[in-house]
Design a protein around this ligand. Sequence first.
Ligand SMILES: NC(=O)c1ccc[n+]([C@@H]2O[C@H](COP(=O)([O-])OP(=O)(O)OC[C@H]3O[C@@H](n4cnc5c(N)ncnc54)[C@H](OP(=O)(O)O)[C@@H]3O)[C@@H](O)[C@H]2O)c1
Length: 312
Amino acid sequence: MRRVVARAYGGPEVLAVVDAEPVGPARGEVVIEVRAIGVNPIDYKLYSGAFGADPVALPMRLGSEATGVVAEVGDSATGPRGPIAVGDEVIAYPLSEAYADRLVVSGDSVVPKPASLPWNEAAGLLAVGATAVDTLDTANVGTGDLLLVHGAAGGVGSFVVQLARARGATVIGTARPGNHDYVRSLGATPVSYGDGLSDRIRVLAPDGVDAVIDTAGSDEAIDVSVGLVRDRSRLVTTVPGPRAGEAGFRIVGALGPESMEPRKQARAALVDLAGSGDVRVRVARTYALSEAARAHADLRKPHAAGKFILLP
Ligand SMILES: NC(=O)c1ccc[n+]([C@@H]2O[C@H](COP(=O)([O-])OP(=O)(O)OC[C@H]3O[C@@H](n4cnc5c(N)ncnc54)[C@H](OP(=O)(O)O)[C@@H]3O)[C@@H](O)[C@H]2O)c1
């Protein structure tokens, strides 16, 4: 089997494809033949040194989500939605080692993939979808709210918009002009970020907004939000940083396992919504697994809206 690891801390050049000896499933585990892998910014942040650099963690395995076919089932392995059998088409999330062509994972991390959902879209669904649910719950977004989303065309932002609309909220979403049609198609009113952002939003929201979900993490997004939100307890961001903390933003997602519990709970509803076409995953680009470094280099720059997917 092949997997991608970070051999050192640094930029995408530290990634390498390595061969590994396949092992069977232990009790409670299943083996998955991987069809597609979702790429997320956290994947490169983890080996960038942004969260510290621990040499013991090297070589570091990467990747929080993948899809594939169950090839082996260990004793007593069951998923959160019931029994798992060889041949099942599944989505595995949350993981920490998804960049591989074969995975041995806990049955608890595996949910059935709807037959109607293509592999690539399924691979990009749960990390951003569950994060979006987490932000919406934290900001307590519901019917009648006017919500501002920074980065509305992004992986997380596009799900925040779709799910907020489904909750009955009205959404204003920031994006670069080339993404405005896409943001509109998701159900939000698009606004360009950059100089004059606050004034442009005020035209649409003269009395300010009820809540803000920031997925951009820029100083502008933070400062503009503080001036627009009516209740500062409803400022939420996915991007940790001192400025957001000082401004009173609630930061979703820590790296601890307990913070994953609400996200695990969110999986079933997200899979059902994606299976029925009520939420959409946009795939921007696909890369071979061996091109993970190029995918990370591209994801770090301004890029086409949608998920990046690795194919084993
Ligand atoms: N805390 C958590 O649990 C958690 C979970 C998932 C993600 N995250 C973090 O959330 C962030 C977004 O992740 P993602 O997967 O959605 O990334 P993504 O798909 O690359 O989207 C990033 C978005 O940011 C927008 N953007 C860039 N510069 C901006 C600016 N100055 N003002 C407003 N928007 C700007 C881009 O918009 P345009 O393309 O329109 O320019 C793009 O849509 C990342 O930092 C990621 O690490 C955190």
